[in-house]
Design a protein around this ligand. Structure first.
Ligand SMILES: [Zn+2]
Length: 306
């Protein structure tokens, strides 16, 4: 497995007391480096603008990259840019692009992107929910447009629904988007009847009530989402790996343990082995308990087989 990160991802600072703090990424880096000393680390490049424009409108790209940022610049009530944010967002998206290129070229078949800010709430035209660019969507679109894949899956187990990824791929049947998430919870999308344009099922949502623990989480994946993914037979898995469903997370109310992320990650690796030549690109999304981030990021990579 390869791992991508960049120091610039620590330079995005949404302000004092904001939960999406640089310490999150420091915790993940420290835990993963400690648990997997042989992992090969690579520097994330900056995403080129044309790769961003596959999934985002020109206005959003310009608002993030071209407006001057001095001090803090607010994009919505919980999404703020600091002077280092534009490069962080470019490196986060660039990590996913480089990871897709690497697993498509082989021989390495898996890559983990330890990056921030997260991305899955960013829609085609809006930065929101701590997210600037949707790095997982940028990666999936790159796999379709630059590598010619016909079936790419974005698998999202962050506790929040990835409304941005769903928005971007609503009319794109070459990309399947699957999500389990707490409902009700921000951003209040992702009902089970949201199935993609025409209701064709290339969007698959499993809302989980507050208080759901590992049993309910595994039942949703084993009973609904994994069979749908198996039937889609993806040629590449892109994972939106958020760990805020852990019982310690301060922003949500699921009761997952690190072991649940290990289980799902192993299921996804097995599915990728069946259909995708083992190709998996995982990108860090949310997770706001540092202890949970440490335990879950290691469990995730262990489950993938790192
Ligand atoms: Zn989240």
């Amino acid at each position: 497995m390869l791992a991508y990160t960049h120091p610039a991802c620590l330079g995005h600072d949404p302000g004092p007391g904001h939960p999406e703090a640089p310490a999150r990424l420091e915790a993940v880096l420290q835990a993963v480096r400690g648990a997997f000393p042989a992992l090969e680390w690579r520097q994330a490049p900056k995403a080129p603008r044309d790769a961003l424009l596959r999934v985002h409108g020109r206005d959003l790209v310009a608002r993030v990259l071209d407006l001057p940022t001095e001090g803090l610049r607010r994009l919505d009530e919980d999404t703020t840019m600091s002077p280092g944010s534009a490069e962080a967002a470019l490196r986060a998206a660039g990590a996913g692009l480089a990871a897709v290129d690497a697993v498509m070229a082989g021989p390495v078949r898996q890559a983990f992107c330890a990056v921030r800010p997260p991305g899955h709430h960013a829609t085609r035209d809006l930065a929101m929910g701590f997210c600037l660019f949707n790095a997982a969507a940028v990666a999936a679109a790159h796999a379709v447009h630059a590598h010619g894949l016909a079936r790419v899956a974005v698998v999202d187990f962050d506790v929040h629904h990835g409304n941005g990824s769903q928005d971007i791929f609503w009319n794109e049947p070459r990309v399947m988007y699957l999500s389990s998430h707490q409902s009700p919870l921000y951003p209040d999308t992702g009902l089970a009847n949201e199935r993609g344009a025409g209701g064709d099922g290339h969007i698959a949502n499993a809302p989980l009530p507050p208080g759901t623990g590992g049993e309910g989480f595994r039942a949703a994946w084993a009973g609904t989402l994994l069979p749908a993914l198996d039937a889609f037979a993806p040629q590449l898995l892109v994972i939106s790996a958020g760990f805020d469903g852990h019982r310690l997370d301060p922003l949500a109310d699921l009761e997952l343990e690190a072991e649940d992320y290990r289980w799902l990650s192993a299921e996804l690796a097995a599915l990728a082995a069946r259909h995708a030549g083992g190709r998996v690109v995982s990108l860090l999304e949310g997770g706001y308990s540092l202890a949970a981030l440490r335990a879950c990021s290691v469990a995730h990579l262990q489950g993938l087989g790192a």
